[in-house]
Write a protein that binds this ligand. Sequence first.
Ligand code: B3K
Ligand code: ZN
Length: 881
Amino acid sequence: MKTEEPRPVLLSEYRPPAFLVDKISLEVSLDPDKTEVRSFLHMRRNPDAPREGPLVLDGEHFELKEVRLDDERLGENRYQVDDTSLTIATVPDEFVLSTLTTCAPAANTALTGLYQSNGIFCTQCEAEGFRRITYYLDRPDVMAEFRTRIVADKSLASVLLSNGNCVAEGTLEDGRHFAEWHDPFKKPAYLFALVAGDLAVVEDSFHTMSGRDIALRIFVEPGNEDRCAYAMDALKRSMKWDEEVFGREYDLDIFMIVAVSAFNMGAMENKGLNVFNDKYVLARPDTATDADYAAIESIVAHEYFHNWTGNRITCRDWFQLCLKEGLTVFRDQEFTSDQRSRAVKRIADVRLLRTHQFPEDGGPLSHPVRPNAYIEINNFYTATVYEKGAELVRMIHTLLGAERFRKGMDLYFERHDGEAATVEDFLSAIGDGGDEDLSGFKNWYSQAGTPEVLVTTQWDQASATYTAKMSQICPPTPGQPNKTTLPIPIELGLLCADGTEIPLQLDGEDSPGATSRIVMLDQREQVFRFHNVTQKPVPSLLRGFTAPVKLSANQSERDWTFLMAHDSDPFNRWEAGQKYASTILISNAEALQKGGKARQGNVFSDIIEKLLADENLEPEFVAQMITLPAEQTLAQTVGSNVDVEAIHAVRNDLRSAIAERLWETFRAAYDRLLVPGPYSPDAESAGRRTLRNTCLSYLVASSRPEGLRLAVEQFQAADNMTDEIAALALLADHDGPERETALEAFHERWKTDNIVIDKWFAIQAVSTLPGTLENVKRLTEHPVFSLSNPNKVRALIGSFANANQLRFHAADGSGYSYIGDNVLELDRLNPQVAARLLGAFKSWRQFDSARQDQMKAVLEKIVNAPGISQDVYEIASKSLS
Ligand code: B3K
Ligand code: ZN
């Protein structure tokens, strides 16, 4: 807890560790209230650091019982202990340090370090949790070989797991047993894991490219064994893909995944022993939606891919977090693109970037992909580090092409395997291996803010030239008032009136080249001239979203509707539709405020009709095309003085208008798209269900009672969770008796299912009906709701704050004060989850002055509250800055 203004940690102050740990042996005797941890650290002075100063080890939240130096028990005069460290003034150059400490996993509600999840002992050490287990040099550039002996009462834990290979196990007296694990790969402490409990196991194996057989095990709470098949399949596909695409083979003889119900985030890549939030492992057709299956696939892949990008090559310090996270997100995005639809995946990723990262980058919490200061590192597992970090890798991939990028990655693995590396190491290896000078790219890692690119195009009939004048600016962000120019790759094409594309011939070229080309905007202002353009084209700019920027151009609504129909680049086809729809919606919102007339979007409807009839298009892509921009996206496009009520109203009105006009079309598509046969989570079937449920949402939005009737029927008859929940979501947003009946039926069916019931909480939290906040408050009294379980908090309170724009931003400020109070209450239990919830206030300056005042008051109350964690303090104080 914070006592005084915390001092930030600075990148510029990085120094190599004064000591190294070659080996660590741990003996952990498990007990919920008093776990004993004996550690033996084989240490020496770091030859690459100044040979002076005391030994200072990190350690907190436990009791110290004993310190031994080379087997001599030290008297209390030989060392010093405070809340966060153990200091020994004099030590030899090489020594074994042993400590005995005790901690209380059952009382650990922060879920970092060693804790209990539903009776299962488990650990979460990234970023700085290991220091809650034992005294250590808890920093990623200290890499050691780990041996772990776990001892527990058999009745307390029948399964005892840690990293690496199990080298011994046996029975002890008094009903206790033990297991010893050895991890031959040196690793930082954040990758340590220990799990113990009564767990069931599902087993399989994987035959690697060099012919080794790897044992695969998924551990779950007994009774969940029938929900592991998809995660196991995703794991095997990930292992194969990493061999094929990156030449990376798995290294240990065993790979384990454990699913636990209380977890601060999605999952954790501990070496050989991944720990997962159970909602990202467990799936059965009747319990998991298509989106759940897709999330399981990508998170299993992400954590598995970390074995090379994160574990074999780790980060020198936490400022380099993007080195493992941005790169690994890029790798999991590529995996999903190869397994499913590349076009749909790109749309989904850009949507995520725009809804989470752009607002972060444009508000008070803005920071570079590689930050240079933090108070609490856990606050930097952000959309910027992950998603923008992945975009930076993607830009490099775009520039180099797949083959040269692979060469660069090969060199990166060759040069830095077994090391703790930096962003500079990565860029040099990719640049050297891929034969490209990437020095200009470094600024992308250190400069915060979303660059804005302005394009003005002009066609000159007489000379048959087409000119694109492009300029870039990056608005100031906190602590970075002046920005430099960045290299921005922009893929573009020019379309003729008949939809065909012009081969592009740039200034200085003798003949035309490809129809889609990348130009590099690396100056403040540049002109790109294309020759032999004999008719006025429609430009398709920033195809595939080749750079994380905001692009605006002198394009008309006609250009957008044209691109929606003809662009060969699927991303830009979707983009044109979103731009067009958002122009209509924002002008309708202005009209509503001023008493003007709303537009019905008939042209948009006509295009929807054509898209639905086009059998060559992937259904999931069509679903994305015909879905109106979300209320949050519209709010960000408006940018200031956002009127949440008007946005909500005009979006609903436009959806209803489209539904009235295209009733027959949606109705027919709804029948046609029914997926026959038993449920399968494959991407194609999932896409048909998405599109069918999108049609259903339009049908429900029409004035005909049949829409609602179809939703009720679908809810009752569904044989899979995707269709069941899609119908329930529509009913829960409808003010009528159908709502209560359906919610009750769902509750009755799923009230004892820990994962499914969270969907029931979330659906009610995002309902736009007026009584939603009261209902959310009531639901916190529900027997299965608990503030100590992060999934419950995220499903109910988090969904309300982050996914219910209308009600969170209620004019009376009730949503704000409710969330503020919850942040404070939660902070006492779990600061990480509390700080994350507080992120809902980050865009507070986008709203009208009355709402701004209310949000500011909540932030001020929090920042001044006594005893708040440094996690929450950092978010609150920066939000106010
Ligand atoms: N590396 C973990 C995240 C750890 C978060 C610590 N607060 C999961 C992942 O990104 O793969
Ligand atoms: Zn990760």
